[in-house]
Design a protein around this ligand. Structure first.
Ligand code: HEC
Length: 129
């Protein structure tokens, strides 16, 4: 989440949810919830929504892998048929091993840690299509 100070006293937050970016005024949210409210529902609840395969495809596999792999890395059956992914075990998944060690992408532009974590979470949660 990016927080930008757009004017004195006003901060806007870029919140990514299901691949779409929402611009939210923190001032409104914080006032609306009461700053010390123990169950302030934002932004943690937005970030804890499960990572979907289409999120990974749109944000990681197509932009960062397709130069060399075409659309293959965003093709669920392709990944599963080659056992690149072992649902429930990121450590055993070749794709995860390659991105977490920086071997892929092969051009030396390693994925960011939040991108690697998103792949990890998706695999651990069962790697659903
Ligand atoms: C600059 C080109 C390039 C990019 C970008 C790239 N790869 Fe690769 N990838 C390769 C090549 C070449 C191979 C063939 C094996 C080798 O040379 O290591 C490969 C092989 C693989 C394999 C199979 C390894 C095996 O042993 O069967 C996986 C999985 C993989 N890449 C995942 C990814 C993912 C995920 C991304 C994006 C995050 C990515 N690659 C980006 C070039 C690339």
């Amino acid at each position: 989440m990016k927080i930008a100070k757009i004017a004195p006293g006003i901060r806007m937050a870029n919140v990514k949810l299901h691949g779409k970016t929402f611009l939210v005024s923190l001032a409104i949210l914080l006032k609306g919830c009461g700053f010390n409210h123990p169950k302030m529902p934002f932004p943690d609840s937005a970030q804890s929504s499960p990572v979907s395969f289409s999120y990974l495809t749109q944000n990681i596999f197509i932009p960062k892998c397709s130069d060399c792999h075409g659309t293959n890395m965003g093709n669920y059956s392709y990944l599963m048929n080659r056992n690149y992914i072992v649902p429930g075990s990121a450590e055993s998944s070749l794709l995860y091993q390659l991105v977490s060690t920086g071997e892929m992408p092969k051009n030396g532009q390693a994925l960011r840690s939040d991108e690697i974590s998103a792949i990890y979470e998706w695999i651990q949660a069962g790697a659903k299509e």
